[in-house]
Write a protein that binds this ligand. Structure first.
Ligand code: VTB
Length: 334
């Protein structure tokens, strides 16, 4: 991977965000996802690389495009692995709510964990708390550590947790410490990355979300120097999801073993989930969010707001792009 790739990767997420944003608020989550997938794949095809999807829209028989194992790019050039979520927060997009974005992580060959389509317990925190908070500790202990590391009183801390039945006890425990809980309906990638920046008002992400999204969050946090740990969740009694109504704990363990994951309780550090020599995260807002705005359609242009975090040059670049329409007559600065 080299630095020229960063610009192309930015354009990939911008195009996906624009395609999804055409459908914000229309209640069409699958269509919004499909539009983002198609735009992402098309732009990736123009990049000189031997790209490969390691986390995508599903297995080959479930997804027509950006399926796991799909080769993307021109077919010559550097080998690059991608974890993609072309429309992260499809419900947020369909309902025109905050926090939907087009995201991907990229790395050298073999540099991203091939996460199974399972759940993952996650802990994200700012760089100052990296290696100090620990997913093995209780929420109460981690909140005390966070308070010390950040120099903030416990009641000044905001902990984001996905609003799910499985988190009832976790939310009660966090509140019992005096810290504030911010429940979110979807979009734990944005919440995790927001912990990496001071001033977002988000100090920690706790709880269980999806594993593939965990790898994308981990890539961003590794490049930022923030804290991220994940542990796969295979017990339906813990995940409490209707999607696992017919699954058993034993059956899930067997599925993980078949995928080559034998230590099913392993705790993964950010550096293991995104282990490549170089790691790039790119995200572009579909709807407005904590990190950047969503796509704005204007008569003479379309505006996108994005973030690329890269270990290649040690940068987090916030970018506002004006996509000029043919015959444009007047484009405001912002
Ligand atoms: C999780 C979360 C994502 O969808 O995948 C969630 O990581 C789905 O969780 O950010 P449930 O199965 O519990 O509903 C998102 O919120 C959006 O893709």
């Amino acid at each position: 991977m080299d630095r020229t790739l960063i610009q192309e990767i930015l354009e990939v997420v911008e195009q996906a965000a624009i395609a999804s944003a055409e459908l914000t608020g229309l209640g069409q989550k699958d269509e919004a996802d499909a539009a983002a997938v198609e735009a992402m794949r098309k732009r990736m095809g123009q990049i000189e690389m031997q790209g490969r999807i390691v986390i995508g829209e599903g297995e080959r028989d479930e997804a027509p495009m950006l399926y796991i194992g799909e080769e993307v790019g021109s077919g010559s050039g550097p080998g690059v692995d991608f974890a993609v979520d072309p429309c992260e927060g499809t419900n947020l997009c369909a309902n025109n709510q905050r926090g939907s974005m087009a995201v991907l992580a990229a790395s050298d060959r073999g540099g991203l964990f091939n996460a199974p389509d399972f759940y993952m317990k996650k802990l994200a925190a700012p760089p100052a708390a990296k290696g100090k908070v620990d997913i093995r500790k209780t929420a109460t202990e981690n909140i005390r550590i966070l308070s010390q590391c950040l120099g903030l009183a416990i009641n000044e801390l905001t902990i984001v947790v996905m609003d799910r039945a499985r988190h009832k006890d976790l939310i009660a425990e966090i509140r019992s410490t005096g810290a504030r809980v911010q429940p979110i309906s979807d979009g734990d990638v944005q919440a995790a990355i927001a912990c990496g920046f001071a001033g977002t008002g988000t100090h920690c992400l706790m709880g269980i979300g999806a594993a593939p999204e965990g790898v994308i969050s981990a890539a961003a946090m590794r490049a930022l120097g923030g804290h991220f740990q994940g542990q796969l969740v295979y017990d339906p009694a813990i995940a409490q999801t209707s999607e696992w109504a017919d699954y058993t704990k034993e059956g899930n363990i067997a599925r993980l073993n078949e995928m080559g994951i034998n230590n099913v309780d392993k705790i993964y550090e950010a550096e293991e989930l995104a282990s490549g020599e170089n790691v790039v995260f790119a995200g572009s807002g579909i709807t407005d969010g904590l990190l950047f705005n969503g796509v704005k359609f204007e008569s003479d242009c379309t505006r996108t707001s994005s973030l690329v975090i890269s270990t290649l040059d040690g940068t987090a670049r916030f970018t506002n792009t004006i996509h000029i329409k043919d015959g444009a007559k007047s484009i405001a600065l912002s």
